[in-house]
Design a protein around this ligand. Structure first.
Ligand code: OXD
Ligand code: MN
Length: 601
């Protein structure tokens, strides 16, 4: 049977972009038979469909209308208070063996997991509409682009997926009719949004994802963390490319010379701000443009690394976003934006901690309660989000749709570290750079549930997102280096180092341009550096600090290496590698030995 039994909804031709690929139709039929929805809505991603879904969402209080004069075409969604972040403890990689998932993933046996999930999904969409979302990750003409279908019973998911991906007809066309074509099968159901029945499960061998019990972005916009990173990293290894938790930005000099940089930071460490950086006045004529703010898919061509951004929008952390931290984001989210879990001011505007201006005298907080500046509770949840189309970004790179991608000159790893790690340093070579990525660590943030502010190792910022054995992932990075005759240089940065009084030593935000400039100078072979045990370090005069109000002592401190701290750091690297139970490639163990030895020279 080709067509599932439930009625097509709505009947007036909106949302009726049915794919023709029989494999997709069979799968939709199978899921509809299991979940028993009242209607099936074949999403086409059109404006008309979007307007219809927004109107329905407003009627059903899934969305709240914001002040349309202040923030046109923008809406607020409040998620269930028990469902506000990614849930790493309920996220599973379901490979045939536990070894394939490796020591850093929760593993669950595929057959049993499918059976358990089928039990939860049985009749789960009764009385609900089942949406079928075709989407494409990556530019239309890119060899790296991938097709996915997400089935969901959440309108909020459909509205977000339309911003975050290239959705509808374009994906259906690219997939075509080949029953053996590669595409991702994603099933999502809210169930009853109960944390006890919340599972985000990945089946890399089947290119399939099932997510139940959550309505929060990172758990349910299956294109993003689930496909573009967890399944993506698995496909990348088998197909010889890289799927990384990295922003991609362009830096253009006043003379028109351009470099692209990819940078990995753990969640909520300022990737979006860095990707949209506006150079300070001193760098007049320099331009920074955004290719992507969260995910990079990279391939080797002619011995160089080329990157595309598979996404079409930004799902960014709101609190702290202001005209100081990210003016481009403020402009981007001033229209056509979905807000999740921010506060609602009485005039229909949005509010969050760290926004410009004075807080409103009264607002409704993210939980729906009355709030005033005297309240103890935060007005916006620390992980509240905006979903905004990348086309809203005034600094969008003109080559964002280039199918072959942009050539990467430098890779940056970075974390949030109060101590030990200097502002910036460069690896001695590719393998050493892989070691920097493999041992990077960061203080945890609100992007995932759990304690905030604890230092955890987060290799390449992929700890929650690597869809297979982390030891094989490290090896894949080392192997990719062998194919790169013109590899990007690899750097480590830390904007968050603090002084003895607990104050940040570096101003950050737009001033990070000074670090970026040194990185670009190194790529051009013009930047000076000192050899240190941990890598090439700029001396204070190698950084352009003109017109920056910063104490010389702070500069020396932020570029300094404290040998005692580094002995502790080396021990932490060993402890981390040991905790992985023998999967770390020999070459990285040797890198650690060499680093330890350099401290003794
Ligand atoms: C994100 C994350 O939402 O990393 O990008 O959690
Ligand atoms: Mn992210």
């Amino acid at each position: 049977m080709n067509n599932p039994a439930p009625a097509i909804f709505p009947p007036n031709g909106i949302g009726d972009a049915r794919p023709t690929n029989q494999a997709v139709l069979d799968w939709v039929h199978e899921i509809a038979t299991l979940t028993e929805p009242e209607n099936i809505f074949w999403c086409d991603g059109s404006d008309r469909e979007n307007e219809f879904l927004i109107a329905e969402s407003l009627k059903q209080n899934v969305l709240i209308k914001l002040n349309q004069e202040k923030i046109p075409h923008s809406y607020l969604h409040r998620s269930d208070p028990n469902d506000v972040a990614r849930v790493e403890q309920f996220t599973f990689v379901c490979t045939p063996t536990k070894e394939e998932a490796g020591p850093t993933n929760n593993w669950s046996e595929p057959k049993q997991t499918y059976a358990k999930l089928r039990g939860l999904l049985k009749g789960a969409m009764r009385g609900r509409t089942m949406f079928v979302i075709p989407y494409m990750m990556g530019p239309a003409d890119s060899p790296l682009s991938k097709i996915g279908f997400e089935i969901t019973d959440s309108k909020y998911v459909v509205l977000n997926m339309r911003i975050m991906t290239r959705m509808g007809e374009i994906a259906v066309k690219r997939l075509g009719n080949d029953p053996n074509a590669e595409w991702n099968r994603g099933v999502h159901s809210l169930l009853d949004i109960n944390a006890e029945r919340r599972f985000i499960c990945h089946f890399p061998q089947d290119n399939a994802i099932i997510s139940v019990g959550s309505g929060y972005g990172g758990n349910v916009l299956l294109s993003k963390k689930c496909l573009a990173l967890r399944i993506g990293s698995y496909l990348a290894r088998t197909q010889g490319w890289l799927a990384e938790h990295m922003l991609i930005l362009g830096v253009e000099s006043p003379e028109g010379k351009k470099h692209y940089v990819a940078a990995a930071f753990p969640s909520a460490c300022g990737k979006t701000n860095f990707a949209m950086l506006i150079p300070p006045r001193h760098f007049e004529g320099w331009k920074v443009t955004t290719v992507g703010d969260d995910i990079a898919w990279m391939q080797v061509r002619d011995g160089r690394l080329y990157a595309i951004n598979p996404e079409n929008g930004y799902f960014g952390v709101v609190p702290g976003t202001s005209c100081k931290s990210n003016p481009n984001a403020m402009r981007a989210i001033s229209h056509d934006t979905l807000y999740t879990n921010v506060a609602l001011a009485d005039d229909g505007d949005v509010w969050w901690e760290g926004k410009d201006g004075d807080p409103p005298q009264h607002a409704i907080d993210w939980r729906g309660n009355d709030w005033t500046p005297a309240s103890k509770e935060k007005a916006a949840h620390p992980n509240s989000r905006f979903t905004t189309p990348m086309r809203n970004n005034p600094a969008l790179d003109p080559d964002v749709e280039k199918g072959e991608g942009v050539p990467i000159s430098a890779i940056i790893f970075g974390g949030r570290r109060s101590d030990t790690v200097p502002l910036v340093y460069e690896s001695f070579n590719w393998a050493h750079g892989v070691y920097l990525g493999a041992t990077m660590a960061s203080e945890t943030t609100a992007a995932a549930t759990g304690a905030v502010g604890r230092v955890r190792r987060d290799p390449m910022a992929m700890l929650p997102f690597c869809g297979y054995n982390i030891g094989d992932y490290f090896q894949h990075w080392l192997d990719m280096g062998k194919r790169l005759t013109n590899p990007p240089l690899i750097f480590n940065v830390n904007w968050f180092r603090k002084g003895v009084k607990g104050q940040f030593l570096w101003p950050g935000f737009g001033e990070n341009m000074r670090v970026l400039k040194w990185i670009i100078d190194r790529c051009d072979g013009t930047g000076g550096a000192l050899q240190s045990p941990i890598g090439w370090l700029p001396s204070p005069h190698d950084l352009d600090l003109a017109e920056l109000d910063i104490d010389h002592k702070c500069v020396a401190e932020i570029l300094g290496i404290d040998h005692e701290e580094w002995q502790r750091e080396l021990a932490a690297h060993k402890e981390f590698f040991d905790s992985l139970g023998g999967v770390v490639p020999e070459q990285l163990l040797e890198q650690r030995e060499q680093l330890a030895a350099r401290f003794l020279e």
